[in-house]
Unconditional design. Structure first.
Ligand code: GDP
Length: 290
């Protein structure tokens, strides 16, 4: 059965349905309340939680469980389908030559993610290169360089140049033998106009096939504004959630996916280059409800 790692109170409510073949309004109400509690504490946007619970409630009461299906399994299936409908399958990442640009606030994990993704592509038999255009954060160059050395992938950055657009241009030229170009950009503490202008300019030079928004799993309700702004300026095709090795559940990613009409591409699970996973809805949904 899908969703095997449910939180104990939700599992408790579901277990009460054991042996039942039909759900009444009170059963559904109790389960929906547990789901709301789990999703809100996982930082899922309030209005998304409300929309979801309405759909779950309606379907659970209106749809007949197919023959042989218990009420418990029926409602679980509805919950899963509704969440998958919102989150979607993972962003398609073709294993071919391409350019991917990373966007996000400072500290979200962009630099780490760029090296991790390069490692991931190299394991798939491609030749990736990371181009580090973050001239704003002290240490970004050294950090990216070291991680790329550890991942044994090509790297370009220029600590003596303070023009990110120039670095992007030079970087593409210097790494022209690579198949996959991963362009890391500068984040700031908040979305400032000059940051947006800068990333738009870099995008013009790099012409990425895909822009990924990198979000810290702990972002919570703040995901909405970031997602809107980056989507408006460069167009977001997918989301990366980092720091899922911590306690945060990453519910903000749902908001971002919803706002940008995109999907989740990768998950960051730690600080080293191998700590990256492709998104997979089942595990993520179990975690959200856990
Ligand atoms: P940037 O400013 O967006 O480039 O963020 P960094 O890549 O420098 O990441 C900020 C901090 O978060 C660093 O200390 C990273 O080691 C850490 N970090 C990034 N991704 C992860 C992750 O998946 N798990 C954990 N535990 N830490 C991470």
């Amino acid at each position: 059965m899908v969703l095997d790692n449910l939180g104990s109170s939700l599992r408790g409510s579901l277990d009460k349905l054991r042996g039942k073949s039909r759900l009444d309004e009170d059963d559904v109400q109790e389960i929906v309340k547990e789901i709301q509690r789990s999703l809100l504490s996982a930082d899922v946007d309030v209005s998304l939680v409300m929309d979801l619970s309405d759909s779950i409630k309606t379907r659970a009461l209106e749809e007949e469980p197919p023959g042989g299906t218990s009420a418990r399994d029926h409602v679980l299936k509805i919950v899963y389908e509704e969440l998958v409908g919102l989150i979607g399958e993972s962003t398609e990442i073709p294993l071919e030559s391409q350019t991917i640009m990373l966007a996000g606030l400072q500290g979200s994990g962009k630099t780490t993610t760029s090296a991790k993704m390069a490692w991931w592509f190299s394991k798939k038999g491609l030749r990736p290169a990371v181009i580090q255009t973050d001239t704003f954060r002290p240490g970004a160059y050294d950090q990216a360089k070291q991680m790329c050395e550890r991942a044994e992938v090509d790297f370009y950055g220029d600590p003596d140049c303070d023009d990110p657009v120039q670095i992007a241009r030079d970087g593409l030229e210097a790494t022209e033998d690579a198949d996959v170009h991963i362009v890391d950009t500068a984040g700031r503490h908040a979305l400032e106009d000059d940051l947006i202008a800068e990333i738009e300019e870099i995008e013009g030079v790099v012409q990425p096939d895909l822009n990924l928004l990198v979000l810290d799993a702990a972002i919570g309700q703040g995901a909405k504004e970031q997602a809107q702004q980056f989507d408006e300026s460069i167009g977001i095709g997918g989301v990366v959630i980092t720091k899922l090795d911590g306690t945060a559940k990453g519910g903000g990613a749902l908001t971002a996916v919803n706002e940008t009409d995109s999907s989740i591409a990768f998950l960051g699970m730690g600080e080293t280059v191998q700590d990256i996973e492709r998104f997979e809805p089942n595990g993520f949904i179990s975690r959200l409800l856990g």
